[in-house]
Design a protein. Structure first.
Length: 600
């Protein structure tokens, strides 16, 4: 049956797609359309994309690379704002090898300008049509490496954030490694600065630097050759990397606004942050630190949400309390990775939010507040937090208030001297990842205790993987591996996008709907599959309009410019430059999936 916008959203799940397929596959009756691709123009003066002739100046006026967090904020029936993170760049597939060899400074400049964030106004003729960018719209904006970010909160101005270029420690330039994110109830965007360490030449001079992986004297992109701040061995720049690894908040509605980095929310390899308004009006933000054996965090605002007062709500994330999670299982069966369920039939237990900063005071003995907030990982190490299997997206369900944690994988669990499996991270060498469901005690999102259970242990039962889908029959689910980004539809169903499935279950990554309620709880249904060597990011589910959006990140990432492994989405002939709107090579792209129009 063809999809029927206006009726309740539904689809027939697709079969898993082999990891060699260079197509975006959608359910029967649906089609897809790119909204914006790497290099597409955003402004009236944007030069046309030409992959053979990109420059930093051109790229600054074009859509960036490797889209991750995405949201589409609908303003009225025919107007919306698109927000996108541009997490990183893949230079070997972006530039001809000869250009990389002969003009590396040019390549570095384009690469820098392809990072950051984008806000783009969208339009459409009606809600039955796909959104299109409005080139030159007043609210269109690129956030670039020289965009100033105001540093807020208790660590603003700290000596730990001061550099010779910013002795005040209050203004950082640019944002790096922006991965997942969240949209706040007051209409701002939160974006997580994740793998910032890879941009800095470093010597691992301090324990804190080592804890964040700031140890390599060289970087892949070499930006330190152009700007001394990207080498923290340079006198005066020892703290430059401390100015990254934050949650940034931006106002997509005001193109002149100054984005902010919130120190009260701690510094880590932030995957993202998602906010829930608690019953008492304070807001809780749930956050993952995506590294093997790192932690799950919660921020609770000091102030309370005021409906209709955007200016007041804009300050909520500047002041508040910071906690890190400790999980405790409740079963007597040893969890050894054999697939045996615990003695009580569930991976579950209780947990505590361990305080790091409360009421503006450090809760870590011997650590000042700014030390806790800048070296949050080290502080969390001291209080007994539970080492997790790479927390990616962490998101409260707006319908139920339950919190979902995507633990994407951890190949090192139980290996060597590393932490062994526990009930919350129950697999040794966790290849396929799992999703944890958290219920705050008493439904109080500002409290310090919770209950938890594992919603699903991912994998492919048909290949013999030991899996668990909240008790749903494992032979009736779509195989799924490496959960990464989370979203919810208007009915409260969970949507999960994946990153790493080819290395796990051998299929391309995809987007999946997961039922959470009733007899179908645990049912996983695959909605789409992304092209070869890409991950699925930024799912946005507008099921009321039968529209689903994803960011396709790093298609064909194992190829080279001259020998691409993906030609998606343009499938252009060899030599196509982009001047005609196409490129013989892959382009990270935000796409809209929508029903195929039915002829009247
Ligand atoms: Fe950029 Fe944790 O994924
Ligand atoms: Ca149990
Ligand atoms: Ca991610
Ligand atoms: Ca990932």
């Amino acid at each position: 049956a063809a999809p029927v916008p206006g009726a309740a959203f539904g689809f027939t799940p697709i079969a898993p797609v082999a990891a060699t397929v260079d197509e975006l596959t959608v359910p029967e009756g649906f089609t897809y359309q790119p909204i914006l691709r790497w290099g597409d123009p955003l402004f009236l003066d944007s030069p046309a994309f030409d992959a053979f002739d990109q420059t930093e100046a051109k790229q600054r006026r074009q859509f960036g690379y490797n889209c991750d967090y995405t949201d589409i904020l609908r303003i009225d029936a025919t107007t919306a704002l698109l927000f996108v993170n541009h997490e990183y760049t893949n230079e070997p597939i972006m530039f001809p090898a000869a250009q990389i060899a002969s003009d590396p400074a040019r390549v570095r400049g384009v690469g820098r300008a392809a990072h950051g964030l984008s806000v783009v106004e969208l339009t459409r003729g009606s809600d039955a049509e796909a959104w299109e960018p409005v080139v030159g719209a007043d609210r269109n904006r690129r956030f670039l490496d020289d965009t100033p970010y105001a540093i807020t909160g208790p660590a603003a101005g700290s000596p730990l954030l001061q550099t010779v270029a910013d002795p005040t420690g209050t203004v950082a330039l640019g944002t790096l490694g922006n991965c997942a994110g969240g949209t706040t109830p007051w209409g701002t965007i939160l974006s997580g600065e994740e793998n910032f360490n890879g941009y800095f030449a470093a010597a691992g001079a301090t324990a804190a630097d080592r804890r964040y992986g700031l140890t390599s004297p060289t970087t892949a992109r070499g930006w330190e050759l152009d700007d001394p701040r990207f080498d923290i061995r340079n006198p005066g720049y020892e703290n430059e990397a401390n100015r990254f690894g934050w949650i940034v908040e931006i106002d997509p509605f005001d193109p002149t606004s100054t984005p902010r980095k919130h120190t009260a929310m701690g510094r880590m390899k932030h995957e993202g942050a998602n906010v829930h308004i608690a019953a008492n009006g304070r807001v809780a933000a749930y956050m993952g630190d995506d590294e093997r054996f790192d932690y799950l965090y919660k921020f609770v605002s000091a102030g309370t949400y005021v409906e209709g007062s955007r200016a007041a709500n804009m300050t909520l994330l500047e002041t508040g309390d910071l906690y890190v999670a400790q999980f405790e299982g409740n079963s007597t069966v040893e969890i050894d990775g054999s697939g045996t369920l615990p003695s009580d039939g569930a991976f579950d237990g209780v947990g505590r939010w361990l305080p790091l900063v409360v009421g503006g005071e450090s809760q870590v003995a011997g650590w000042a507040v700014d030390e806790v907030l800048v070296n949050t990982r080290g502080a969390a190490d001291l209080v007994g937090a539970t080492k997790m299997d790479r927390c990616e997206d962490v998101e409260p369900n707006p319908t139920t208030g339950l919190i979902y944690v995507a633990c994407t994988n951890n190949s090192n669990r139980g290996v060597g001297t590393n932490a062994v499996a526990d009930e919350a991270n129950p697999r040794t060498e966790n290849r396929d990842g799992h999703v944890i469901e958290i219920a705050e005690d008493g439904g109080d999102h500002t409290g310090t205790t919770f209950r938890w259970s594992i919603l699903m242990l991912c994998g492919d039962p048909a290949q013999g993987d030991q899996t668990y889908f909240a008790g749903f029959p494992v032979d009736q689910v779509s195989p799924i591996s490496c959960p990464d980004n989370l979203a919810f539809d208007s009915e409260g169903n969970l949507w999960v996008s994946t990153d790493g499935a080819p290395d796990g279950i051998g299929y391309n990554d995809g987007l999946f709907r997961v039922r959470l309620e009733g007899a179908q709880r645990g049912l996983v249904e695959q909605f789409l599959s992304v092209p070869v060597e890409s991950e699925t990011c930024g799912p946005v589910i507008h099921d009321d309009e039968w529209h689903v959006f994803v960011a396709v990140q790093h298609p064909g990432e194992d190829g080279l410019f001259a020998t691409p492994t993906s030609l998606w989405p343009d499938y252009a002939p060899a030599g196509a430059t982009g001047v005609d709107g196409t490129f013989h090579g892959p382009r990270p792209t935000v796409v809209q999936v929508l029903p195929i129009p039915v002829e009247p």
